[in-house]
Each structure stands twice: as structure tokens, then as C-alpha cells.
Design a protein around this ligand. Structure first.
Ligand code: PLP
Length: 392
């Protein structure tokens, strides 16, 4: 029997057309091409720590690697790690949860897929912020859910407020709310009282509250609060990627209400069987590396202070409050109304890679740029030197 040739015109799923590329990764590719041509680039485009994973994590992984025994684990993760995460909630926030409610995931990215699949039916609407982390919008679209963008406003502190959620719900029924604090791209935090109000409103309106807490630990004033302090039904999503400097290990976690554990376990078993064992062992050890990780955080704090002082001198003074994370989201309206072209020129002419705001907000993002300060202090200084020469 002859196999017919693959028809290039065979249709692919329509939902894929709604999934946008991640512009930060496109900038990264353009920056890498420039470097291959021998040019130097200061990288401020991707949100990843330049510091390595903590030594203790690497040592723990090395031991397991040498044993050679790296198999599947329980779909929900190994018990010692789930127990250690439980302790983390007690020590950090004074919140008591049982280890059964902790689910270890392949990065927080998998946590979103598990959450959306288990909470929402096709066509339901989930509130997100604009600007916001682009994958929210794209994962929701890929799962036939509808992102409902809530534009952030200066007069309400650039955060998702309880009132804005209630108004949005009154306009068009929501099924859930995805909050993030500290936020990407802005670094702005929802302070405890505002998070309490948001939690209360979600409860009152019967909306799921999903709280992305991936930048916890990276704050420069008040500590971040967990939604679990105010709403026991909240789904909390976190990761070892940012504070723990373990992006490539693809390891994160969720805390969910008890009744969701088994449904999510069924999904995890079928979607990816288990999170990677090697990374789980490393992540467990990372909890004991606070001293090392605090040195990294202190470096971000110095970078932040440097940029907050220097960027305004270059005309980049209008930025969201940088309470946490490692980003500056600057309004560049005085230079451009096309942030994609602006970032391209900044890379080509100044050798500074940054991410156009269009990644985070398809409307207002046309006049915003996100600078990541997760690199070294020297890189930040060099970026300022290059931008000063380029913008003058
Ligand atoms: C707000 C936010 N959530 C989630 C993620 C995904 O992180 P990971 O899948 O590495 O845990 C990122 C990555 O940049 C992020 O900025």
C-alpha cells in the first residue's frame, strides 16, 4: 500500500491562530544573532536570573545523577518536597496548609495549564491585567477560554483592584480572576489590604482566585502577602524559577483546595506523568540556600537603585512602582509610539536588548518598554552608558 504524501494544506486547529509569539524570545533571538556577528549586547530582555542555581541544589542533583537512578515520581511530587513547601508557608507567611494540598509541577507554566483545565469550561472568561504576563493570555486562548483584560490605572496604583474586578464581572460574567504580585512586567505589588479586598470580592462574587506568586522573595520594601492568608479556596501558583534561580530546571508548585487535588492529579498523571525527579531533589535543597539567594537578591536591589536613579536622567522617568521582581516598565511615549520598532533600533544601534511593551499589553504597550535588571551590576551600568549615548 502506498502512503499518500502529506497534504501541506491540511488544516491546523483554529485556536492556534489566537496564540501570539512571545516577543521577548524574538528579541533574544535577534540579540543572539547580533552576538554571532561579533557585536556586544547587554541583555535586559529576558526575565531570568543570571546567577546559577544554589550550590546546595546542584550538589543534591549531582548525588542523584551519580546514583543513576532517575525515574518517575508520584504525579503530585515527592513527599519530602511537598512537606518542605508546607513548612515554607508556615515559616514565611504563618499560614498552615497540609502537604496533601501541595502539588509539584513542571514550572509554574504547567500550574497554569492544570489550573485552567480543572477550573474552567470552554468559553468561560478569566480576568487578567493589561499589562500582564503574556503567557496567561496565550494559554487561556489555547484552551478555548476567554481572557478578559482589566487595564491597570495610575490612580489605583497600577494593580488589579477588587472594584475593577467587580465592574468587569457586572459587564460580562467572569469565572475566575488571575492576579499576580509582584507583577511582570511592572514589579508592582498588591499590598496586603488590597489583596484581602480582592480575595473578599472573589468570594462574594463566586469567582475562582488564582494567585501567581512566582516573584515572592524578590521584594524591596514590604514583604509580599500570599492570597492563602485571605482566601482558603485560592489557587496559589509558585515556582523555583525566579527567587531560587532555577529557570531551566522546570520546577514549580501549586497550593489548591483539597477537593481539587485528585482532579489535578488525574490531569498531571496524563499530561506529563510526573515532575522531573532530579529537579525535585534539587528544589528541596534550594530551600536551605537562603544565605546564597539573599546575596543574589541584594544584587537586584543594587541594580534597581542604580536604574531608578539613572534612567530618569535619560528621560525614562515615567515607570510603574518597582516594589518587587526584577523589571522596570517604562513609558517611552516621549520617544516612540511603536515599542517594537524602538526596541529593534535600541538593539541594533545601542546594543541594549529590552522587551517591547506590546508583549504585555497589545494596546498601551505600544509606548512601553520592559527592562529586566536580573543581570549583573556591571551590565546595568553599561546599559545606562549605552542608552545615554543613544537617547541624547
Ligand atoms: C509572572 C510569571 N509567571 C509565570 C512565569 C513562568 O515561570 P516558570 O514556568 O519558569 O515557573 C513567568 C516567567 O517569566 C512569569 O513572569
Amino acid at each position: 500500500m502506498t502512503v499518500p504524501p502529506t497534504d501541506p494544506a491540511l488544516p491546523i486547529a483554529r485556536r492556534i491562530e489566537r496564540v501570539a509569539p512571545f516577543l521577548a524570545m524574538d528579541v533574544l533571538a535577534a540579540a543572539a544573532a547580533k552576538e554571532r556577528r561579533g557585536d556586544s549586547v547587554v541583555h535586559m530582555e529576558v526575565g531570568q536570573p543570571s546567577a546559577p542555581a544554589p550550590r546546595a541544589a546542584r550538589e543534591a542533583a549531582k548525588k542523584v545523577l551519580e546514583s543513576g537512578s532517575i525515574g518517575y515520581t508520584e504525579a503530585l511530587g515527592i513527599t519530602p518536597l511537598r512537606e518542605r513547601i508546607t513548612r515554607h508557608y508556615r515559616d514565611t507567611y504563618g499560614v498552615t496548609i497540609t502537604p496533601e494540598r501541595v502539588i509539584v509541577t513542571t514550572g509554574s507554566s504547567a500550574g497554569f495549564v492544570l489550573t485552567f483545565l480543572s477550573l474552567f469550561n470552554p468559553g468561560e472568561r478569566v480576568a487578567i491585567t493589561a499589562p500582564g504576563y503574556p503567557a496567561y493570555r496565550n494559554i487561556l486562548e489555547a484552551l478555548d477560554l476567554e481572557p478578559a483584560a482589566i487595564p491597570l490605572m495610575k490612580d489605583t496604583g497600577w494593580i488589579m483592584t477588587a472594584d475593577a474586578v467587580a465592574r468587569r464581572h457586572a459587564q460580562n460574567r467572569l469565572a475566575g480572576v488571575l492576579a499576580m504580585s509582584p507583577a511582570n512586567p511592572s514589579g508592582t505589588m498588591i499590598q496586603a489590604e488590597a489583596l484581602r479586598a480582592l480575595s473578599k470580592t472573589c468570594k462574594a462574587l463566586g469567582l475562582w482566585l488564582v494567585s501567581d506568586e512566582i516573584y515572592h522573595g524578590l521584594t524591596y520594601g514590604a514583604e509580599a502577602s500570599t492570597a492563602l492568608s485571605f482566601n482558603d479556596e485560592a489557587i496559589v501558583i509558585n515556582s523555583f524559577s525566579k527567587y531560587y534561580c532555577m529557570t531551566g530546571w522546570r520546577i514549580g508548585w501549586m497550593v489548591v483546595p483539597e477537593r481539587l487535588v485528585r482532579p489535578i492529579e488525574r490531569l498531571a498523571q496524563n499530561l506529563y506523568i510526573s515532575p522531573p525527579y532530579l529537579s525535585q531533589v534539587a528544589a528541596l535543597a534550594a530551600f536551605d540556600a537562603v544565605e546564597e539567594l539573599e546575596v543574589v537578591r541584594a544584587g537586584y536591589a543594587r541594580n534597581r537603585a542604580l536604574l531608578l536613579e539613572e534612567l530618569p536622567r535619560l528621560g525614562l522617568s515615567d515607570m510603574h512602582p518597582v516594589d518587587g521582581a526584577f523589571y522596570i516598565y517604562a513609558d517611552v511615549a516621549r520617544f516612540t509610539n511603536d515599542s517594537v520598532a524602538f526596541c529593534k533600533r535600541m538593539l541594533d544601534e545601542a546594543g541594549v536588548a529590552a522587551t517591547p511593551g506590546m508583549d504585555f499589553d497589545p494596546v498601551e504597550g505600544a509606548h512601553y518598554v520592559r527592562f529586566s535588571f536580573a543581570g549583573s551590576e556591571e551590565e546595568c551600568r553599561e546599559a545606562v552608558r549605552r542608552l545615554a549615548a543613544w537617547l541624547k
